[in-house]
Design a protein around this ligand. Sequence first.
Ligand SMILES: Cc1ncc(COP(=O)(O)O)c(C=O)c1O
Length: 382
Amino acid sequence: MTGKSLHPATLTAQALGWTDASTGAVILPVHTATTFVRDPDNQYRRGRGYGRADNPSYDQPQALLTALEGGAASLLFSSGMAAAAAVFESLGRDAQIVAPQVMYWGLRSWLKNFAEAWGLEVTFVDATSLDALRQAVRPGRTRLVWIETPANPLWSVTDIAGAAEIAHTAGALLAIDSTAATPVLTRPLALGADIVMHSATKYLNGHSDVIAGTLTTAREDALWRRIVAARSGGGAILGSFEAYLLLRGMRTLYPRVERACRSAQRIAEALQAHPRVSSVLYPGLPEHPGHAVATRQMIGGYGGMMSIHVRGGAAAAVAAAAQVEVWKRATSLGGVESLLEHRASIEGADSPAPPDLLRLSVGIEDPEDLIADLATALNLAE
Ligand SMILES: Cc1ncc(COP(=O)(O)O)c(C=O)c1O
């Protein structure tokens, strides 16, 4: 398939329509080889020498992601954290980075505990405010602005086009963790971002059975070449079977995300009316501070992630979580099954997650079952 005139949902369902040239198989084989034969004249004309640098099982998922994001190239990594770390590692020492105060806590804590020790200077800002971003960048000194939108766990929204303009004016690049938005709902590169990262563990795979990460670049420039070298040199590579499972999961990305969005909107509206819920944080609600920007930059839905504030504080939130039966009490997100968690418990002492907050990842079950289960759990926790 050329992909030029086809809807991304079609490209995704058929994984670009690739078939195996030698057998006609509609699913490509999983390549397990760690090494590749040299030509007699000592060259590697087929382009591959060793499995840590390159793996044929990555070609199709990487090409599909590149098509979905509208980028120049993509890389699979062994986890979302490995993908993000490869970007920061590749910036070089003494770089100043701007990052959001509200972001995936694991990456925030890695930036605080490791990146600074390597000589990167990280400035955390309120990334929902373009003024705050503008004040945080230092022209000629800032190398990278990192944003996440919608961002864990408040689902704060950053204006991607505005952030790109600020980063570029300062001579910096914009990288974005688009895990919660997915390529279905947001195309960050078209809005001016330079690099898109996903924890493919979440919606891209969608079945809570693979840990993986991805990066997609707008250009195959010098930084991208350093990132490619960081993956093969550092060795944060995905296994061949995991790459196969990831592609299998990606084929149903569109229907999964579309259903999760529709259910999430319905669930958010229902929970707003529950007496034990003091507020619902979901970009699809007009009351959410990021609603207007999300409406502008998200396509066809606001995602499957939301959080609720439970009346009665941390104890009431934990007690409600204890009562659910259909929702599973577990961390992570973006799977076909709905998950719920008391975020402050996992993030630890220095967490900015409010103590009364439960994070919800809406799956593809019947939304009325999900609403009834959570409403009962909130009532029982009284
Ligand atoms: C938004 C976001 N970014 C990055 C990560 C890290 O990804 P991984 O767990 O695949 O390393 C996560 C994981 O929860 C996440 O939710």
